[in-house]
Design a protein around this ligand. Structure first.
Ligand code: C5P
Length: 416
């Protein structure tokens, strides 16, 4: 049975979102200019509110040019439409972000002050609030700041951990604002947790290839880049899932707001997947697990002996995803990259590995190409996704997985 091509126009979670970005007086404000630009380019409407001290670091003109929106500073300045800004701003936004958040503004929010536009807006906000502290490490470690942050967290605010490292001043410690890409990932996760279709769901994604050691310097491996798995993990985060990404070695940056577990061998991956799946709802097994591993890794580097041949004895690795065949409460997605008889092999693996869904692609037609055509194969039949660039294909694929997962969940015993 073949289905029509699934419509797939993956929407960026930031597209059309109204974000209120409060910027405080810290040198880290320069990073937030980039963040404002990135969020705007992703399709969000970004309204920047500057505290008086923020303007000493980055001027309103910078944010205005980057967001294409008027920057808000003064409580008493009437907007063009005549509506008093502070209450409507916080009530209309999809999310409120304070970055960088200084010790002073954190304290003002914690006690509920409304003595400038930013704190007034936050006091009247109904949207989820994300706070990214940045300050001198001693100020961050001070019990007063610790107590203020604990109070905000207890109230349901998301307060990020600052990063450790060299500050602008001649000190090092914990107090640095995370980089713009990390902040963007945290904002995506916040929006997803609030209203995404996977909110409350725990999703495990595996990515990359495994490396099976021959000796301390050599391994048996494969060409998997991990890109598809990383993109799937980021999309699942954007849709609200709590995501664990179990990755073989790759050259990719780790996605923000995702719990990343780095492994090397198939056996390490199996152990990590088993631990992560204990309380998970979905397993997306995208990793290219080596089918075989050397029977024993040599303890020291194997030396060439004249022209003599080297015979490696290989043992089969356990099939990780097949080990979950009895877990009826876990939605399991596998992958099949084939060179021939694509759909027949995919159907066979679906059954043999006890999967709920398998994603098939023609290995020859996708390796080294920027685009990919995917087929979803499950008990209902085959659904092709249109050939598209790999990043868009990953997002479209995750959306198609979510549709099936949602249907599957309602069919579980005890589902309401
Ligand atoms: O059998 P094959 O390797 O083609 O199956 C691919 C699917 O099975 C992928 O989802 C892959 O991650 C998974 N797999 C596994 N454990 C293995 C080999 C493959 O979970 N040892």
């Amino acid at each position: 049975m073949r289905h029509a091509v699934e419509p797939s126009e993956p929407m960026d979670i930031l597209s059309g979102k109204k974000l209120l970005l409060g910027v405080c007086g810290s040198i880290a404000a320069y990073k937030v200019a980039q963040l404002a630009r990135d969020l705007t380019l992703a399709g969000a409407r970004v309204d920047v509110v500057l505290t008086a001290a923020a303007e000493r670091f980055v001027g309103a003109a910078t944010f205005q040019a980057l967001t294409g929106r008027p920057v808000l500073r003064d409580m008493w300045e009437l907007p063009e439409d005549g509506v008093i800004g502070h209450v409507s701003l916080g009530a209309q936004a999809d999310a409120v972000i304070v970055a960088p958040a200084t010790a002073n503004t954190i304290a003002r929010i914690a006690v509920g002050l409304a003595d400038d536009l930013l704190t007034t807006t936050i006091l009247a906000a109904t949207a989820p609030v994300l706070i990214a502290p940045a300050m001198n490490p001693l100020m961050y470690a001070n019990p007063a700041t610790r107590a203020n942050i604990a109070a905000l967290r207890a109230r349901g605010y998301t307060v990020l951990e600052p990063e450790e490292g060299r500050m602008a001043e001649e000190v090092s410690g914990k107090g640095r604002l995370p980089e713009p890409a990390t902040l963007e990932g945290e904002i995506r996760a916040l929006l997803g947790r609030h209203s995404g279709p996977l909110r409350g769901q725990r999703v495990v994604v595996t990515a990359g290839g495994t490396r099976e050691p021959i000796d301390p310097v050599r391994f048996v491996g494969n060409r998997s880049s991990g890109q598809m798995g990383y993109a799937l993990a980021a999309r699942a985060r954007d849709l609200g899932a709590s995501v664990t990404l179990i990755s073989g070695p790759t050259a990719l940056p780790t996605p923000a707001a995702v719990n990343v577990v780095q492994v090397e061998t198939a056996l390490q991956m199996r152990d990590a997947v088993q631990a992560a799946c204990e309380h998970a709802d979905m397993l997306i097994m995208n990793a290219a697990v080596a089918d075989f591993r050397p029977a024993a890794a040599a303890e020291s580097k194997i030396k060439k002996r004249g022209d003599g041949e080297l015979i490696l004895e290989l043992l089969p690795n356990p099939d990780i995803v097949a080990g979950f065949a009895q877990r009826r409460d876990l939605f399991k997605v596998g992958f099949a990259a084939e060179t021939d008889e694509l759909l027949a092999h995919a159907r066979d693996k679906l059954e043999r590995k006890g999967l709920d869904l398998i994603v098939a692609n023609d290995a020859v037609a996708s390796i080294g190409r920027p685009d990919i055509a995917l087929y979803l194969v499950d008990a209902d039949g085959i659904t092709p996704l249109p050939r598209q660039p790999k990043a868009a294909a990953a997002a479209a694929l995750l959306d198609a997985i979510v549709t099936r997962y949602t249907r599957w969940r309602t069919s579980l015993p005890g589902a309401s």
